[in-house]
Each structure stands twice: as structure tokens, then as C-alpha cells.
Design a protein around this ligand. Structure first.
Ligand SMILES: C[S@@+](CC[C@H](N)C(=O)[O-])C[C@H]1O[C@@H](n2cnc3c(N)ncnc32)[C@H](O)[C@@H]1O
Length: 220
């Protein structure tokens, strides 16, 4: 099997994984992320987890084809239920809705550990996820937009600092995003367009729209 070349969403997730960390990829499906990270020597080992047996079998086949069965173990697991605190350093949860990702994090108390990192890539409702992370004492270390298959997404690296706080809609939408790249501007513009539509039925959102317009204008 040729080395995997990740693109778009998964490529940015891979960039945020710390060198040398033991990884758990939750909802691994095909297993491409842990395979590429082991092949490139960024990580020594990984757990490729999925709630469904079928994707896990496809991950197992891809891992075996890559000759990495001794370094990447597969595990049937709902979220992190079957993963132990002492087994992993970094956790990736990518390609699921923001609400589901938030539920998975809520269900794992040992993630409240400043040594662990979460790399999260919600397909939808990233604002719900960010709000819940802040409420539960997590902070966003890094965040950027990414363009993949014709759409803009965001990826964030998160850690626990125990400083729980409530955030408003603007903070939940923007998180740690800076409009300093084409992809981050693209993602924020997508959010702005959605908020403009929502604000027609919910006038209280108009202040958020104005703040986001200003942020994008200042950085043009
Ligand atoms: C769309 S795929 C994403 C695959 C890959 N992470 C990516 O971003 O390309 C979502 C995967 O998450 C798995 N999944 C859904 N809910 C899950 C849960 N609660 N725990 C673990 N895996 C889950 C599904 O079975 C599926 O394989």
C-alpha cells in the first residue's frame, strides 16, 4: 500500500496531533487518519475506534494492507467508553455533527485532564460544540477553517483548563478563528450567511451578524 496522502479536513486534523502522542481516532471509519500519522512517523501507535462493526472491519483491512497491525489496534466503542485514560494522549473526533461530538466528550470524565488534547472537526453545529466546551472548562488552543470537497469546515485543538464559562453566540461561532487564511475567511463567511438568514426570524441575532461583519471587514 502506498503512503496515504491526507487532504482537506483530515489533513488539518493530522496537523493538530502532537508529535509522539498516542492517538485515539473516534469514529475512524476507514482508518485513514491513524494510518497516515503512523506512516509519516508523527505518532508511534493508535487506537482506531468505531461504534459500528462494518467500518471497523474496513479500517482493519486498510491497517493490515499498510502493514501497521502491530501499531494500530481497532476497537468497537461508543465514543470513548472502551478507551482508558492511560492508553491515549490525543483524541481525534472528526466527521460527525457538533452535537454528537459534544455528547461523546460529556460522556468521558477523564478528558478533563490538562495533559490530553482533543482534535475536533464537526460537520455541523460547531457553535453548539464550542459553547459546551467552554461551559465544561475546556479552551480552544488552535482553530482554523479548511476547504474540503466544495465546502468549508473548521478544525480545533482543545484542552482542559477548568475555567468554565458561558459564551454568547458570537463567541461560540467565532471560537479561536482568525480571518487570516482563505479557508478561515471562507468558513466565517459561511457562518455569517447562515446567521443573516436566521436573524430574519430571530432579530436578537442581528448584533452577532454586525460583529461578524466587522471582524471580516477589519481583516480584508
Ligand atoms: C462520516 S464517518 C467519519 C469518518 C472519519 N472520522 C472522517 O472524518 O473522515 C463517521 C463515523 O463515526 C462513527 N460513529 C458514529 N457515532 C459514533 C460514536 N458514538 N462512537 C464512535 N463512532 C461513531 C460511524 O460509524 C462512522 O464510521
Amino acid at each position: 500500500m502506498k503512503p496515504l496522502n491526507l487532504k482537506g479536513r483530515l489533513s488539518l486534523c493530522a496537523e493538530y496531533v502532537r508529535e509522539g502522542s498516542r492517538l485515539a481516532d473516534i469514529g475512524t471509519d476507514h482508518g485513514y487518519l491513524p494510518i497516515a500519522l503512523c506512516q509519516s512517523g508523527i505518532i508511534p501507535s493508535a487506537l482506531a475506534c468505531d461504534i459500528n462493526p462494518l467500518p471497523l472491519r474496513s479500517a482493519e483491512k486498510n491497517i493490515a494492507d499498510a502493514g501497521l497491525s502491530d501499531r494500530i489496534k481497532t476497537r468497537l466503542s461508543d465514543g470513548l467508553r472502551e478507551v482508558g485514560e492511560d492508553e491515549v494522549d490525543d483524541v481525534v473526533i472528526a466527521g460527525m455533527g457538533g452535537e454528537l461530538i459534544a455528547r461523546i466528550i460529556d460522556g468521558c470524565e477523564w478528558l478533563k485532564n490538562a495533559d490530553k488534547r482533543l482534535i475536533l472537526q464537526p460537520m455541523t453545529r460547531h457553535d453548539v460544540l464550542v459553547g459546551r466546551l467552554y461551559e465544561n472548562g475546556f479552551m480552544i488552543e488552535e482553530q482554523a477553517g479548511v476547504f474540503d470537497s466544495g465546502k468549508y469546515y473548521t478544525v480545533m485543538r482543545v484542552c482542559y483548563n477548568g475555567q468554565a464559562k458561558k459564551c454568547d453566540t458570537y463567541e461560540a461561532v467565532v471560537g479561536r478563528l482568525n480571518p487570516d487564511s482563505e479557508a478561515s475567511i471562507g468558513f466565517l463567511t459561511k457562518c455569517l450567511n447562515q446567521l443573516r438568514k436566521q436573524s430574519i426570524g430571530t432579530p436578537s441575532l442581528s448584533e452577532t451578524v454586525t460583529r461578524l461583519e466587522e471582524l471580516l471587514r477589519e481583516n480584508q
